[in-house]
Ligand binder design. Structure first.
Ligand code: SAH
Ligand code: SF4
Ligand code: F3S
Length: 465
């Protein structure tokens, strides 16, 4: 603890700087944290210098994520020693929840930790770290790492950073217990948000000029609130007048009923892109991972999606070198990736996580060199497939929602197609937030190059009304 002014009353007007690592859920959570702190009278600053409080919202998904944070803490230690000021440092998020007090013990540079369900306690935790008397410090320390079965941050209005997209967490936690994954331990049990509140938030976002919302959850399609299921929620959100595009991440293949596939196919505002994490292609490994589907079931699901949704793009996640995975078993993953032809794949080397079933019961026995060999093979294969698919799109037309100006090419804008492909084209009068019909003219890696077919029409419509 930094100590200092024992007995002082609640600290106000502190300058708070938040740094965010990890997934979109953490980005969203940092927006909630900002809201909670602003409500309490603090100020947000976008630079480390001059901050009274530095909060680091962390990720625990792989060892690399931890290493990144340890590196940052080393830097903070030096800054703190130099400034000798009352700089308060709090570690939030998944790594805090995972390592708990171990993260603070023996580290002078960390004042407190707070897990993803404890952010309403942040003002008090900051107070306590700065020497303000709190009613029950021991209870507060415990509350800071307590996972909740009900917390959905209802009533906390995220402080968003602008742009065209807004994140909305509709379900928190994960009940799946995939054996490699730390998330169930860092984010607790699943709980869904009231759909009325979600729809109300989307209406407000439209009023604020947002064009796209992305519904978030660790396992977003297991959303359920009373009788309202994920497909119903998606339709309700997409029906909000003025919203241009609705997306969702990350779904699990086990929760893809036909109603959800149909909703994506039918509703023009639902983005024709599904991120469908595969993880592995061999049935024994899938079972050991506790993924609850087989190679054949995954392929059948993909066929059903592609048969129902026109112009669907599919992306995935794959883990190589899960404990006991043989080279022959890995080859089944390669074959599946080759057959399914995803638009893109995120590939990861297995990283042992504290507390998971795999860490407790299995040996991380695939060598580092072999993991590298496997990941290189998959990355190369996927690169070729992505390139082939994107080149095959040349000549087709798509609606692109413009997200920003291209920093490297003046006069060009960057956006995503209706099936979520990164596209660059000359602005030709169109602006950020416009949806423009384009013809694809080129493809390089994961990027499409296009020319606008309707930019003038858009500019003209804006001039009229
Ligand atoms: N809830 C989402 C995202 C989980 S994290 C989902 O189920 O898809 C994103 C990806 O990280 C996972 O899909 C998985 O491929 C990868 N991942 C998770 N735990 C990992 C671990 N221990 N080692 C390597 N990759 C991991
Ligand atoms: Fe982790 Fe599996 Fe839950 Fe995804 S579905 S967050 S991989 S436990
Ligand atoms: Fe990382 Fe937690 Fe997200 S572990 S990936 S920040 S849910």
């Amino acid at each position: 603890m930094t100590g200092g002014r024992k007995g002082a009353s609640h600290d106000m007007n502190l300058n708070v700087y938040i740094e965010t690592y990890g997934c979109q859920m953490n980005v969203y959570d940092s927006e909630l944290v900002k809201s909670i702190l602003v409500q309490r009278g603090h100020h947000l600053v976008d630079r480390f210098d001059g901050a009274d409080v530095v909060l680091i919202n962390t990720c625990a998904i792989r060892e690399r994520a931890h290493q990144k944070i340890y590196g940052r803490l080393q830097q903070l230690k030096r800054v703190r020693a130099l400034r000798q000021s009352e700089l308060t440092v709090g570690i939030l998020g998944c790594m805090a929840q995972n390592l708990k007090q171990d993260l603070v013990d023996g580290r002078d540079e960390v004042d407190f930790v707070a897990g993803p369900d404890a952010y309403r306690h942040l003002p008090e935790l900051i107070d306590a770290s700065r020497g303000v008397a709190v009613a029950d410090p021991a209870a507060l320390e415990k509350a800071a790492l307590k996972l909740s079965t009900t917390e959905t941050y209802t009533g906390v209005d995220p402080v968003r950073s602008g742009g065209i997209n807004a994140w909305i967490a509709v379900i928190r936690g994960c009940d799946n217990m995939c054996t490699f994954c730390v998330v169930p331990y860092t984010r607790g049990r699943e709980r869904s948000r009231d759909p009325e509140g979600v729809v109300e938030e989307v209406r407000a976002l439209v009023r604020d000029g947002y064009k796209q919302v992305t519904l978030l959850g660790q396992n977003v399609n297991s959303y359920r609130f009373g009788e309202v299921r994920f497909a119903d929620l998606m339709r309700r959100v997409a029906d909000v007048p003025g919203i241009e595009r609705v997306r969702f991440i990350s779904p699990h293949p086990k929760d893809f009923p036909v109603e959800l596939i149909r909703a994506i196919a039918e509703h023009p505002k639902l983005c024709k892109h599904i991120h469908l994490p595969l993880q592995a292609g061999n049935d024994r490994v899938l079972e050991l991972m506790r993924r609850t589907y087989t190679n054949a079931e995954f392929r059948a699901l993909v066929d059903e999606m592609r048969g129902t949704i026109a112009n669907l793009s599919l992306t995935t996640d794959v883990i190589v070198g899960f404990p006991t995975e043989t080279a022959a078993e890995f080859d089944e993953t390669v074959r599946l990736v080759d057959d399914v032809r995803f638009d893109a794949a995120f590939t990861f080397k297995y990283s042992e996580r504290k507390g998971t079933y795999a860490q407790r019961k299995l040996r991380d026995d695939v060598s580092a060199a072999e993991k590298t060999r496997r990941i290189v093979e998959l990355v190369e294969l996927q690169k070729r497939i992505t390139h082939e698919i994107n080149r095959s799109l040349i000549g087709s037309t798509h609606d692109v929602l413009i997200e920003e100006h291209d920093e490297k090419r003046p006069g060009y804008v960057v956006g995503k197609t209706d099936h979520f492909k990164h596209t660059i084209f000359p602005a030709d009068g169109a602006e950020i937030g416009d949806t423009v019909r384009v013809a694809i003219e080129g493809a390089h890696g994961a990027t499409l190059y296009a020319c606008a077919l309707s930019a003038h029409a858009h500019a003209a419509r804006r001039a009229v009304g």
